[in-house]
Design a protein around this ligand. Structure first.
Ligand code: KG4
Length: 333
């Protein structure tokens, strides 16, 4: 089954063709990062307008790279939640028109389910059940994945997402948006024990997380140094900050895997590209006999292929939509 998959929830327009949920025939992405970088973050209206400009061209390119014609498409899938509402609506409306014109089913896909499914593309042997930590720019959550469409959140951030925290740290250090990669690069030359940042624990759920205190601590440290004229060791700040994020994510995730008896652990989303976080997970899982799956860097960020992968399993579960499909800024997984 060949699925044309569309992703437009934030600042990447992406269209892919995926066969039977596991084989990527094409995966085209148009990034808007340059357009938003001058503002230090995503400007929703600019995002929507960039999607409008790129989406039809990208769909043509995805078909061409897959080497197939429109008539060979068996279904159209689209991210319909969560995300920036105007951005989502562009993808949803385009997908509806495609499905209507081709006379094929329309499959709505939850964005975080897509991030999780990126791992099916990288690891042919991977199948549920497993525990997943999804860490992206807008979401940070621990999910029990007991079937391809059977998922339950057991913990999530109470405030900022881990990626948002990277972006704000980059901003206060004068680094470009999105901040994850530049902070990672800066941290490479730093001492992660130079600054001690808070790691929050949420009283009534050991698997919930909080990053706003860490973000504030970073901002305060930078401002205090600026005001007092004290020298700031920027590389060590980046390294200590990344350690704090990792120390907040890794032990909690391992605890959840052990508590609920999962021997397979999946990490997904843009922040999963971070080398320090990847190696901390690798070390923690290795010493406990937990099988770790993290997508290759190119599949960590937003892409269309991951939507096509999850869409196949949504279709098998009978999850299709009519032409009245809407988009939602927030939605439980
Ligand atoms: O999954 P994603 O591409 O988009 C969302 O669905 O949100 O995640 C984007 C987030 C941004 O906050 C970005 O700064 C972060 O992922 N990110 C990283 C790295 N690469 C991207 N964070 C830490 N280290 C990285 N290498």
């Amino acid at each position: 089954m060949k699925i044309l998959a569309i992703e437009s929830s934030c600042d990447e327009t992406a269209v892919a063709v995926v066969e039977d949920g596991r084989k990527v025939l094409s995966d085209c992405i148009s990034s808007q990062v340059d357009k938003h970088a001058i503002y230090g973050g995503v400007v929703p209206e600019i995002a929507s307008r960039c999607h409008v400009e790129a989406i039809a061209y990208l769909a043509g390119q995805a078909l061409q790279e897959a080497g197939i014609s429109k008539k060979e498409i068996d279904a159209v899938a689209v991210t319909y939640a969560p995300g920036l509402i105007g951005a989502l609506l562009v993808g949803v409306n385009f997908a509806k028109s495609c499905a209507f014109e081709l006379g094929v089913p329309l499959i709505p896909v939850h964005h975080i389910r897509g991030h999780i499914a990126a791992n099916y593309l990288a690891y042919p042997e991977l199948e549920p059940p497993f525990l997943c930590l999804a860490i992206s720019g807008g979401n940070t959550m621990l999910v029990r994945v007991d079937g391809y469409t059977d998922m339950r959140i057991i913990g999530c951030t109470r405030d900022d997402a881990a990626g948002e925290c990277f972006d704000k740290t980059a901003r206060v250090l004068g680094l470009p948006y999105p901040g994850g990669k530049p902070v990672e690069k800066l941290a490479a030359g730093g001492d992660d024990s130079r600054y001690v940042f808070p790691i929050a624990h949420v009283a009534d759920n050991e698997f919930d997380m909080s990053f706003s205190g860490l973000k504030t601590a970073v901002i305060n440290l930078v401002h205090n140094c600026e005001q007092s004229g004290k020298e700031l060791d920027r590389a060590s700040l980046a390294a200590s900050f990344t350690k704090a994020i990792s120390d907040s994510l890794v032990p909690r995730t391992i605890l959840a895997a052990e508590k609920f008896g999962y021997s397979d652990l999946v990490v997904a989303g843009g922040v999963a590209a971070n080398k320090r976080i990847r190696s901390d997970f690798s070390e923690a899982c290795g010493s406990r006999g937990i099988n770790l799956y993290i997508p290759p860097i190119r599949l960590c960020g937003d892409n269309g292929a991951m939507i096509g992968a999850q869409a196949y399993y949504e279709f098998l579960a009978g999850h299709t939509a009519g032409t009245d499909l809407n988009a939602y800024a927030n939605m439980d997984i």
